[in-house]
Ligand binder design. Structure first.
Ligand code: NA7
Length: 550
């Protein structure tokens, strides 16, 4: 019996019927719940975790913090920012959780959220034009529209390392960190992975561990965060500009309040170039990545100027030249910025400490995990705690791990087996009345959570409102629209340097995953224009039909 049939057969439990089921209580899902509920839709939100926060619920390892600055990393609704004060420019996970609770209280969201409710499967009921959604606890709901807001990092990735299950000490992926915390003081700690999560956990562990060993496969090109504390007075001053800064997100490639100049890095004098780089470095955060010259991400020669500047900054902080060469090599491991750079505060400095060592996995790969530690080709290392900072099956993984079956009996996982297929990065053919936000072929990982939640989210809300006005219409992306969007994504992407790195942006961090642009590479402004053009053309790329009306 199919899931849809099972739900039709009289059950002991009444099946709740909704206009919209939202999945995921991070920025994106909460925004959908708030806006749709305001518009009078009957909405519920299902969340696998025990609390709000999405990524900030799961990523509670020491040092976990956001790499987008305040006030870009919060909702732009004045009723929310007016009374909220951050303590840091780049807030940590626990402050972000407090923010989510504040938002919850202000908008009264939790009354429509079911926590500890992991969605396991969904099947489209063609007769009633509804999604029949099954949660892990066996409960079933029916919803006219299914809005997936599972984020870009809902499926952690653990490499298949020989012997991993045998390790007898504490072993944690950064995204499955114990909610009650873990005392690292005086412990021998091994960290595998040097992406954003690895950098953050290394900074904290180095301060307290008796011995910290960092296993690096590819050096991260980390940028100066330039963290600072914020007080209420400063922030009240800053708030005068908030409305204007939020408007600027629409004109910024990454949805920030800044963007690159129209100049090439190669057309200016070395002195001017250096001035621009120094200013961006001092500004901190992603400024050095996204606010210098327009061709950094498109031209190798221009890119190299940014890499060389970055290397000089990093090398100056390291005492040991051999170590400096491993962390910031003369020849770039890949062009600058085509892997997510990550922000650091004292990442490079900790390698000058006696209790911190680096193992270069390119020279000595891991052979196996033993009950007591890690064995490489050359050495054996013993640990009390092993941290797997090994990333995520990003962007698509969170969606394809749910058994979503469309009208042709094909799952979303099967539909995307050879690569993501979407229209506008929002919907797929064969999956009517289903939208996903912050998902594949949308700005997603090239943007930031709150910005996308609102800018893409507003489009989706308007779309669903339209469908309701048309009598609860059914919508479905066409295959032609999927083909066209994929072609567009690839054409724009081919103009960039992103394909030159094995990054999660390209799906290349997961063995066997198709190598492709998982994020929309044309930037937020162009993306919004494409979405608006579809809407203006009666939602071009979608087939709309009214139940009973054909
Ligand atoms: P990332 O950025 O995907 O980093 C994962 C790290 O783990 C990276 O350094 C990988 O090396 C390393 N890795 C993965 N598999 C292995 C194996 N088998 N052996 C050794 N090292 C391995 O994940 P994060 O959680 O740090 O960050 C994800 C995003 O979250 C980040 O970009 C921000 O947007 C926030 P590699 O580079 O592949 O050689």
């Amino acid at each position: 019996m199919s899931l849809a049939q099972a739900a039709i057969v009289p059950d002991i439990r009444p099946v709740e019927e909704l206009d919209v089921l939202v999945v995921g209580a991070g920025f994106t899902g909460l925004y959908q719940l708030h806006r749709l509920r305001e518009l009078g839709f009957s909405v519920r939100l299902f969340e696998a975790a025990a609390d709000l926060g999405g990524i900030w619920y799961w990523n509670c390892y020491p040092g976990a913090r956001v790499d987008t600055h305040v006030p870009m990393y919060e909702f732009s609704l004045e009723e929310l920012w007016r009374d909220w004060t951050w303590t840091e420019r780049f807030p940590a996970w626990d402050e972000l959780r407090r923010y989510f609770h504040y938002v919850d209280k202000k908008l009264d969201l939790s009354r429509d959220i079911r926590f500890n409710t992991r969605v396991e499967g969904a099947e489209f009921d063609l007769e009633r034009n509804q999604w029949v959604v099954r949660a892990q606890d066996g409960s079933i709901v029916r919803a006219r529209y299914l809005v997936m807001c599972t984020g870009f990092a809902a499926k952690p990735y653990t490499p298949d390392l020989k012997g991993l299950s045998l390790f007898a000490g504490a072993k944690h992926h950064t995204a499955w960190w114990p909610q009650e915390g873990l005392d690292m003081a005086g412990k021998r700690i091994g960290v595998i992975g040097t992406g954003a999560s690895g950098v953050q956990v290394v900074q904290e562990a180095a301060a307290v561990a008796s011995q910290l060993t960092v296993f690096q496969r590819t050096p991260i090109l980390a940028l100066a965060m330039q963290q600072c504390t914020l007080d209420e007075g400063t922030q009240n001053e800053m708030k005068r500009d908030y409305p204007a800064r939020y408007v600027r997100r629409r004109e910024s490639f990454g949805g920030f309040d800044f963007h690159a100049s129209g100049k090439s890095a190669l057309e200016v004098s070395p002195e001017e170039r250096r001035e621009v780089y120094e200013a961006a470095w001092a500004a901190g955060g992603f400024s050095f990545w996204a606010s210098t010259f327009y061709d950094i991400m498109m031209n190798l020669e221009a890119n190299r100027t940014a890499y060389d500047f970055w290397r000089e900054k990093v090398q100056a902080r390291l005492d040991d030249p051999a170590l400096a060469e491993k962390l910031a090599p003369k020849d770039p491991p890949h062009p600058f910025g085509v892997k997510r750079p990550s922000l650091e505060q004292n990442y490079y400095d900790v390698f000058n400490q006696n209790n911190v060592r680096l193992v270069d996995l390119k020279e000595t790969p891991i052979q196996e995990i033993t009950p007591t530690g890690v064995r490489t080709g050359e050495d054996e290392y013993e640990f009390d705690i092993l941290v797997l900072a090994t990333g995520f099956d990003a962007v698509t993984g969170g969606l394809t791990q749910i058994d979503i079956t469309g009208t042709q009996g094909v799952s979303l996982k099967e539909h995307w087996a050879a690569g993501a297929r979407t229209h506008l990065g929002i919907a797929s053919a064969g999956f009517p009345n289903l939208v996903f936000l912050y998902g594949p072929q949308s700005p997603s990982g090239f943007c930031n959570g709150p910005t996308c939640a609102e800018l893409q989210g507003d489009w989706v809300v308007a779309f669903l409102e339209q469908m309701r006005e048309r009598g609860g219409a059914r919508f479905e992306a066409t295959r032609e629209a999927e083909d066209a969007w994929r072609t567009h994504v690839n054409e724009v992407g081919a103009m960039t340097l992103f394909p030159l790195a094995d990054s999660w942006y390209m799906g290349a961090n997961i063995p066997g995953k198709p190598r492709e642009f998982l994020n929309y590479p044309g930037g937020v402004p162009l993306y919004l224009r494409m979405c608006e053009a579809s809407a203006a053309n009666d939602y071009e790329g979608f087939v709309l039909s009214v139940p009973g009306g054909g």
